[in-house]
Design a protein around this ligand. Structure first.
Ligand code: DC
Length: 223
């Protein structure tokens, strides 16, 4: 049986995760947040006292990383060994560590088959940076979701405040600009729009309008 795969790529804070979650609920697909995998690897390094920027040390310790995804009612939880780290991976430190470790080819190889295997066995909407370009080049639907850095920083600030982690706008914006730069300038699997992806800019769209636009793109391609 062939499963439907929807690939959503774009920079941090473009709305990938909230929109993908809404699509997954509407279509009954699982939602796979691949950033959580890189965050889990980053968190593992921080907890092990390993500098996430130290390629040799990070790659040498990958053998000890046991990262898995589990789906409960279509909701993804990410585990390091037997610990559910779904909340622990959301701190600014884990974000930056994820961005750092994601630049190393062995880390990307390490997470590649995990992502591919899930997509081969499920109808899914998967979001990340290289899903349409590298992980699922044959996905039926590819969308590159973006928004201005300021819009994305505003959204992230709101999200962090709602989660009880209020953070100054300037810090969030600086973090987003730095991560955009890291993610699009790394040598391997940089953030870029796949040639056959549809560009959706949500800077001037509220959530409902963005969701409607995304659902239209999907419906045109999936019967
Ligand atoms: O989407 P996110 O903010 O949770 O992603 C965390 C980091 O992981 C991000 O800085 C880039 C990296 N990442 C990646 O390189 N490839 C992916 N498919 C997903 C995330």
């Amino acid at each position: 049986m062939a499963f439907v795969n929807i690939a959503i790529d774009g920079p941090a804070g473009a709305g990938k995760s909230s929109l993908s979650k809404a699509v997954s609920a509407a279509l009954g697909y699982i939602y796979v947040d691949t950033g959580a995998l890189y965050r889990a690897v980053g968190l593992f390094m921080l907890r092990s006292g390993i500098d996430p920027k130290d390629a040799d040390a990070v790659c040498a310790s990958l053998g000890g990383v046991r990262v898995t995804l589990r789906f409960v009612d279509g909701q993804q939880r990410v585990f390091l060994a037997d610990e559910d780290v779904s909340d622990a991976i959301r701190t600014p430190e884990a974000s930056m560590a994820a961005s750092d470790v994601s630049a190393f080819p062995p880390v990307r190889d390490f997470l590649f088959s995990l992502q591919r295997d899930i997509a081969a066995a499920n109808n899914c909407i998967m979001d990340g940076r290289d899903i349409g370009t590298v992980v699922l080049p044959d996905a039926q639907v590819k969308v590159f979701l973006t928004a201005s850095a300021e819009t994305r920083a505003e959204r992230r600030c709101k999200e962090l405040a709602e989660k009880g982690m209020p953070t100054p706008f300037e810090d969030v914006l600086a973090d987003i600009v730095q991560r955009d730069y890291n993610d699009s300038h790394r040598a391997i699997a940089p953030l870029r729009q796949a040639d056959d992806a549809v560009l959706l800019d949500t800077s001037d769209l509220d959530f409902d309008a963005a969701l409607a636009a995304l659902m239209d793109i999907i419906k045109e391609r999936v019967q």
